[in-house]
Design a protein around this ligand. Structure first.
Ligand SMILES: Nc1ncnc2c1ncn2[C@@H]1O[C@H](COP(=O)(O)OP(=O)(O)OP(=O)(O)O)[C@@H](O)[C@H]1O
Ligand SMILES: [Mg+2]
Length: 460
């Protein structure tokens, strides 16, 4: 069972979000800056015109017969009209007294005006107005008269201009943000592309493929692949060690068992008392069972390792079956069992050693569980996408036991009687056919009590 990895968050989403937040902040900042610059520029323009207008009026100041006289030039107001339909006010003060203009226009007469132009924003007649004040000293009857020219204009146009620019800037900033968000999403995906590619390479690997990954990876991912390669190297050598260990252990168990069996056989022939003979027969049987178990365990371990590293070479099933039959023929001959075959040439891609092992176990069962002088029929047929190998015997049958339980490890049927076995043969055959993309079927023989075991193997 593979452990499920709990996912928490997504790098791609986090990256997109972070980049989008940065983009939003920059968009807001740029909007604020454009807005403030546009406001300043509009105000500056109005200030310049107001100052020019006030200066133009101040230029016309003169004294006549000890009095200050002023003829307001038309141009002074026409330049103000250039801005918009704004209301314009003016006031000229001579020594604090209104010479001409709007009497109630507030004019700051303090020191701020000294030496140039002063500006002020104030509320006048229900509107916000901007005032430019210019101070001049005019000599009348040899007396220096301080004259202040104040020109004011409503600020509606300035506000409208900066509002328009601010709106346009907001739209541009919004568009910039949307574009940046889309680009962030794209950038996040592109940045994670190598990770996706490596994930695909890893998941395409067969369960048994422990070869190191030889692929180029970005600097950040390379350590992960290196760690993975080291891990697989350790796993592979640990598997190899286990395989060697099992082979060694089985060998060490079987060798003394063979000796014990030989000694017990010799003893069996030399003792005369029937109870002693019985004891020795039981010893021989126990040794046979142990030896069979050790052999089958070794085969099962070998099958597990090989199915993990499955090779796909061309295998001639007819030839393979011929070899298996030849190996087991002496055992069949001892029981006078006839083996009938129908073996047309049929090739599959697979692991010959594993397939041989599986077939050996199935045929071994057929011989083991069949009575003397019976017939075993082995047929090989092409079933479209699958190759079918069918082994039918005239033996004792399995008496309703289902294939799922008999293929479990160490599971033996209730029909075994005194037949030696470990309950691993069908487990091995089943694992081999599954590794080859096939399945194992067990059905009752058409005539008589025997069974047919069919191995279905994928032809592709
Ligand atoms: N041809 C057959 N006829 C009757 N019963 C069978 C046949 N093949 C398998 N069985 C039943 O299925 C069981 C499982 O078979 P399996 O080959 O796995 O174990 P085994 O033959 O008992 O032991 P071993 O591991 O030594 O082969 C057997 O114990 C037997 O009951
Ligand atoms: Mg068996």
């Amino acid at each position: 069972m593979s452990a499920t990895v709990r996912t928490r968050g997504s790098i791609s989403r986090r990256l997109t979000l972070q980049l989008a937040v940065i983009a939003a902040f920059l968009a807001l900042l740029s909007w604020g800056m454009v807005r403030s610059f546009s406001q300043q520029a509009a105000e500056q323009t109005q200030d310049n015109i107001l100052a020019a207008s006030a200066t133009a009026i101040a230029e016309e100041l003169r004294s006549e017969a000890g009095r200050i006289r002023l003829e307001i030039p038309y141009a002074a107001f026409s330049m103000l009209g250039a801005i918009n339909e704004e209301r314009v006010f003016y006031r000229v003060l001579s020594d604090g007294e209104t010479l001409t203009g709007y009497d109630d226009l507030p004019v700051e007469q303090g020191a701020r005006i000294n030496g140039g132009v002063a500006f002020d924003t104030l509320s006048y007649r229900g509107d916000d107005v901007r005032v430019a004040m210019v101070q001049r000293t005019v000599f009348a009857s040899e007396r220096a008269v301080r004259v202040i020219v104040a020109v004011a204009q409503t600020r509606n146009a300035v506000d409208a201009i900066s509002a328009r620019i601010s709106r346009a800037a907001a739209l541009v900033s919004l568009a910039f943000f949307v574009l940046a968000a889309v680009l962030s999403f794209w950038a996040a995906r592109v940045s994670l592309q190598p990770l996706t590619a490596i994930t695909q390479i890893v998941s395409r690997r067969g369960a048994s493929d422990l070869k190191p990954f030889e692929t180029t990876a970005p600097q950040e991912i390379a350590p992960l692949l290196t760690a993975l390669n080291r891990f697989m190297e350790r796993l592979s050598s640990s598997l190899d060690r286990s395989e060697d260990f099992i082979a060694e252990a089985a060998h060490r168990v079987r060798t003394p068992l063979t000796t014990v069996r030989t000694q017990a056989e010799i003893a069996l022939h030399s003792v005369t008392r029937s109870e002693n003979k019985e004891i020795l027969r039981r010893v021989i049987r126990a040794v046979d069972e142990s030896s069979r178990s050790a052999g089958q365990l070794l085969d099962h371990a070998m099958v597990s390792f090989r199915t993990d590293k499955l090779t796909h070479s061309d295998v001639d099933l007819a030839e393979l079956l011929g070899d298996v039959i030849n190996t087991l023929r002496p055992t069949a001959d001892m029981k006078d069992i006839r083996i009938r075959t129908e073996l047309p040439s049929l090739w599959i891609k697979g692991d010959a050693i594993l397939l041989q092992n599986a077939l050996h176990n199935v045929l071994d069962n057929a011989i083991k569980y069949s009575p003397a002088e019976s017939t075993i029929t082995i047929t090989l047929e092409n079933r479209g996408a699958q190759a079918g190998i069918r082994v039918c015997d005239q033996g004792r049958g399995v008496d309703g036991a289902d294939i799922a339980t008999l293929t479990q490890r160490f599971r033996r049927g209730g029909n075994v009687g005194n037949v030696v076995g470990s309950g691993l043969g069908l487990t091995i055959a089943n694992e081999v056919v599954h590794a080859h993309g096939g399945r194992l079927e067990m059905t009752g023989a058409q005539d008589g009590p025997g069974i047919c075991v069919t191995l279905l193997l994928s032809l592709r």
